[in-house]
Design a protein around this ligand. Structure first.
Ligand code: ASP
Ligand code: MG
Length: 416
């Protein structure tokens, strides 16, 4: 059994869907589970339709944009206007419209009930398309399989329940090709939850773990795991082999090629993770596995944009570490905020988080009684592994360093 994950870019147009179908067609002699994300940038669009984010009069245009985008693709893939895909999509679009016009409850709950439509729509299209070209498959609602707690946005996975469901629902014989959604899951309270942005990689890795997959493959628009993002670096080096622990570190620092939670499940079952180009499926790509070091050994650069550097200072001059960290971490955990970098002095705690005006407001609400808060937004967090001073100087250039940390192998800089 193999598990494939196709991200938004691999299904963002009709030719892209045809291309992914051709890749599936080459591998589906054996049992294959295909995990698909929302098409293109659909999730960004759906985030605007979460109740309470925009005013209701902005919704019709956003809904129309979502619909036009998908229908443009569907009309190229299915020339028969009576094809059942059209009725299935009509139903999903009207459910989305209903969901987005509900009165707001809590953001994390509303978020998942709304953005899940991206994956429900994409897999409906892909599954029908594969069937239409003779790749007989079963569309599976992953919310019946991946079980999370009730956090709804970035739900915590219950592996015992999930694996029981996965084996019961995915190991039947007919048909052995399964199409299902990445990113979304079912919460313990019976609603939809999500696994965090870009979480489809994690979905595929959860299923690989539960089904003891022979391998997992993420199909990307890059040739493999590169030492830097080609958007910022003209000369990138492809890493051929990456040890599991190195892959976790890199993903945690923000290497966007894989979601940070992806590696643990496959490492725990010693499953190899292939990262391959959907534009060049015959090229070897990169492999994450039980290797001693990365190969080739080369400096690695990870840029995280849109960062907020926040300093939290106790109003009563009490020490941060002894008296206050517990309070601060409890608030961060409650609000589900991921800290990308942290550092403390006697009287201040600095943390680097992704820019989010809404979460920053909530942080302020929760902390301002006890603490002064100062922050800078729109910063960049740069991580360099296997750095030299020369490399740091070149990267920082004339920017201001607001915070820096350094170990023997890794340096991290917050710059303005
Ligand atoms: N569609 C979701 C997102 O864009 C999940 C994913 O792409 O992995 O974040
Ligand atoms: Mg995506």
């Amino acid at each position: 059994m193999r598990v494939f994950k196709f991200g938004g870019a691999s299904v963002n147009s009709a030719p892209a869907v045809r291309n992914m179908a051709a890749i599936v067609g080459r591998y589906c002699d054996d049992a294959l589970v295909v995990v698909v994300s929302a098409m293109g940038k659909t999730t960004n669009l759906l985030e605007q339709l979460v109740p309470g984010v925009n005013t209701l009069d902005e919704h019709p245009a956003l809904l129309q944009q979502t619909k036009d985008y998908h229908m443009g693709i569907v009309r190229q893939l299915f020339t028969d206007a009576a094809h059942p895909v059209y009725a299935d999509l009509e139903r999903l679009f009207s459910q989305l419209q209903r969901q987005s016009s509900l009165p707001p409850t809590t953001y994390n709950y509303d978020y998942s009930q709304t953005v899940c439509f991206g994956e429900l729509i994409s897999t409906t299209i892909v599954s029908h398309y594969l069937n239409s070209i003779g790749l007989e498959n079963r569309w599976v609602d992953i919310r019946q399989i991946i079980r999370t707690d009730n956090q709804h946005r970035e739900g915590l996975v219950d592996f015992t329940a999930t694996c029981r469901n996965a084996r019961a629902m995915l190991l039947s014989d007919s048909p052995r090709l399964v199409v299902t959604q990445g990113f979304i899951a079912g919460s313990a309270d019976g609603h939809t939850s999500t696994l965090g942005r870009e979480g489809s990689d994690y979905s595929a890795s959860i299923l690989s773990y539960c089904l003891d997959a022979d391998s997992m493959t993420i199909w990307k628009d890059v040739p493999g795991f590169l030492n830097a993002d080609p958007k910022y670096f003209p000369d990138t080096v492809k890493i051929e082999q990456i040890p599991y622990n190195e892959a976790i570190e890199l993903a945690y620092y923000g290497a966007s090629v894989i979601h940070p939670k992806t590696v643990k499940p496959i490492q725990n079952k010693n499953i190899q993770l292939h990262i391959k180009s959907f534009l060049n499926p015959d090229a070897p790509g990169s492999v994450v596995g039980p290797f001693p070091t990365i190969r080739p050994l080369t400096p690695l650069y990870i840029f995280k944009k849109n960062q907020t550097l926040l300093s939290v200072l106790p109003k009563d001059f009490s020490f941060i570490a002894e008296d206050n960290l517990q309070t601060i971490f409890a608030v961060l955990a409650k609000l589900n905020i991921r800290v990308n970098l942290m550092q403390n002095t006697a009287l201040s705690f600095s943390l680097c988080i992704d820019d989010s005006p809404m979460l920053l407001d909530q942080l302020r609400d929760n902390l301002q009684n006890q603490f002064h808060l100062r922050y800078n937004q729109g910063l960049q967090l740069i991580t360099i592994r296997y750095y030299t001073q020369d490399i740091i100087d070149r990267i920082v250039g004339s920017s201001t360093i607001l915070l820096q940390q350094r170990t023997r192998t890794t340096t991290q800089l917050v710059i303005q």
